[in-house]
Design a protein around this ligand. Sequence first.
Ligand code: NAD
Length: 460
Amino acid sequence: MVQGKFGGEAELKPTISVIGLGYVGLCTAVCFASRGFMVYGVDVDRERVHNLREGHPPLYEPNLENYLNRTLRTRMFLPSDDLNSAVDKSDVTFVSVGTPSLDDGSIDLSSIKQSSSAIGTSLRNKSTRLLVVVRSTVVPSTCDKVVKTEIEAASGRKCGKGWGLCMNPEFLKEGSAIHDTLYPDRVIIGESDKKSGAALMSLYRKFFRRRVIVKRMSLVNAELVKYANNAFLAMKVSFANMIANLCESLALADVKVVTEAIGLDERIGSAFLNAGLGYGGSCFPKDIKALAAFGRKQNVDLPLVHATAAINKEQPLRSVDLAEKLMGSLSGKRVSVLGLAFKPDTDDMRGAVSIPIIKDLLQRRANVVVYDPKAIPQARSIFEGSVTYAESAIECIRGSDVCILVTEWESFRDLKAQEFAKLMKHAAIVDGRRLFDPSQFSRVKYAGVGLGPNQKARIV
Ligand SMILES: NC(=O)c1ccc[n+]([C@@H]2O[C@H](COP(=O)([O-])OP(=O)(O)OC[C@H]3O[C@@H](n4cnc5c(N)ncnc54)[C@H](O)[C@@H]3O)[C@@H](O)[C@H]2O)c1
């Protein structure tokens, strides 16, 4: 424990280790360290550990580099690949290793198994109590049947005897991960026993600087909350996109007007009702697939989950169809793609809708030029020499026949209709995220997702 001050009173701060220093683990680690907790970060990827020690985060996230360098300077955050020593020094160990999809949609639990077993081995000779907190997204019963079982087998100690287990799902959004870690809208604590839940409550009381809603429950309920939460949000996105497709068949209809209006109904709410090209990223697609696979395993049909995924699979490619509607065959045409990351303010291209869109464009023999403020290095490793990489949005659209706006980076909002008209060979834009005001685009062929036909001011 580290002696610290909070709310004017001296208090003991538990020492923490974080296993897995990706998005979730790294943000958790530097946020705790920034609030005066001693944090030992552990990752199996030695290059990642080396770069972290040098102050270079493996991913772009607003403020992350600042937090990392600040906490390295104060020596409150120590990254290493030595799990044994980190766990030995800790009171609390967060597990935030990856749980990627397997071919059948279920999740790969090998990193969870490996890290649980390694924690168990360290626990064998540990003289002080340890609280193990799973932050990775894992399907129901994993904490009980995999994490607990592995730790018990490797440590020779039953859960509750010198160690306890919590499931504490993470809800951060990439692009605002640091903020979301410091100021979550609620904390979910699944607990193996009351003592473990209370210990995590107490840790968070020392970490947060304002009141936060905490819900305590069983391990399996906490595991389910994460999946149900993401499935519901993804379903809202697919619902908006389904209505968008209907709007595109109706003169003067506009999904933006419709979803803004229904979002005002307090029972519905406006979040995640933006029609566009579908959801992407490292979580929603993976979690929806995992939930569907878990339903199959349990012999329970989950039709809303299947419909959500089916709509999302088709949605990105509608932008290519819209481009063809504006320009005719895309074969041999120069198509500029603005935005590659799965959402603004990140360089993450995992599950990004730009990937199927660009693949489809290449299949239709278009010459594709792409630009993203952060994700070009990631795009290069995916598309290699098959597309042209522009160094700015202006360079990307220059000389192109049609432009597809894929990711709604704030900086793209500054592009003016006159610039598209002046720089492009044929000024035609597919606004996949409804970033622009169509009425400003009278000199440009404009098609927006969810915008009905025959809208004079919009499509000339
Ligand atoms: N990225 C998000 O926005 C987000 C949000 C909520 C929940 N989650 C969930 O959190 C978990 C982690 O996600 P992420 O995006 O941070 O993953 P990530 O792939 O970015 O990072 C995982 C890290 O764990 C490390 N690792 C793997 N096995 C290890 C082991 N045995 N010991 C130590 N380190 C190990 C990897 O090297 C990697 O650095 C996943 O289950 C994910 O579904 C992610």
